[in-house]
Design a binder for this molecule. Structure first.
Ligand code: SAM
Length: 216
């Protein structure tokens, strides 16, 4: 299958920036307390609903995957960037990291206990989110949990510089209410919604949405 243009751009750009992303971006231990609380709540909900494997989608260098593992989850990472996956494997040889697209996970239906998409869904064009969230619903067991954390807004950002490199990829920010609507439409019940306005962000915000997969 031909790789969609937006995904090829994301892959090439994150391949370029991988080492400096790792150097410049704060690790999960140093995230703000609200974000860490949401990751902890997600981990507790997955454990309480029977555990099962948890995929960290768009795992980058694997630090959040390892953080979930330390919170008691059986976590593995998936990322389209081969360089990111290589970094993750080097840093956490005890964990499993796969190179692939979160929209085509190649995992049997209903087999995962949880899904995390941490600052990764915004690289998918808005018109492709229904198909992406349908894939999330397909792979999650009924009652499984999804935590989606990232940017929200109503703007397309075309990046030409990132983490000290020339790049060419886009972020497609979607309003929180639309994300909720799309998740509900894909078979999820949104159970928590936390929005943190971004200082001088021009209407942009950080959002964490917890959602539970309804029975098919
Ligand atoms: C901003 S980074 C976040 C990395 C990691 N979640 C973290 O918080 O450190 C976004 C990552 O998502 C990956 N990504 C974006 N869209 C993807 C897709 N459709 N499938 C797989 N990986 C994707 C990128 O390659 C990149 O590594």
């Amino acid at each position: 299958m031909t790789e969609p243009a937006h995904l090829a751009a994301v892959r090439a750009s994150y391949d370029t920036v991988a080492a400096d992303y790792l150097r410049l971006v704060v690790p999960p231990e140093r995230l703000d307390p609200v974000s860490r609380a949401m990751l902890a709540a997600f981990a507790e909900l997955v454990r309480e609903s029977g555990g099962g494997e948890v995929a960290d989608l768009g795992c980058g260098p694997g630090r959040v995957t390892a953080y979930l593992a330390r919170l008691g989850l059986s976590a593995f990472g998936v990322d389209v960037s081969g360089e990111m996956v290589a970094l993750a494997r080097r840093s956490y040889p005890q964990l499993r990291f796969l190179q692939g697209a979160m929209g085509d996970l190649g995992v049997p239906d209903g087999t995962l206990g949880g899904l995390l998409a941490w600052y990764s869904v915004h690289h998918t064009p808005a018109d492709q989110l229904p198909a992406l969230f349908a894939e999330f619903h397909r792979v999650l067991a009924p009652g499984g949990h999804l935590l989606l954390g990232g940017h929200a807004g109503d703007v397309r950002l075309d990046h030409t510089q990132a983490y000290g490199h020339s790049v060419s990829y886009a972020s497609y920010l979607v309003p929180v209410a639309r994300l909720v609507e799309l998740l509900e439409g894909a078979g999820f019940t949104v159970t928590a919604r936390v929005e943190q306005p971004r200082p001088q962000g021009g209407g942009r915000s950080y959002v964490c949405l917890l959602a539970e997969s309804r029975t098919r």
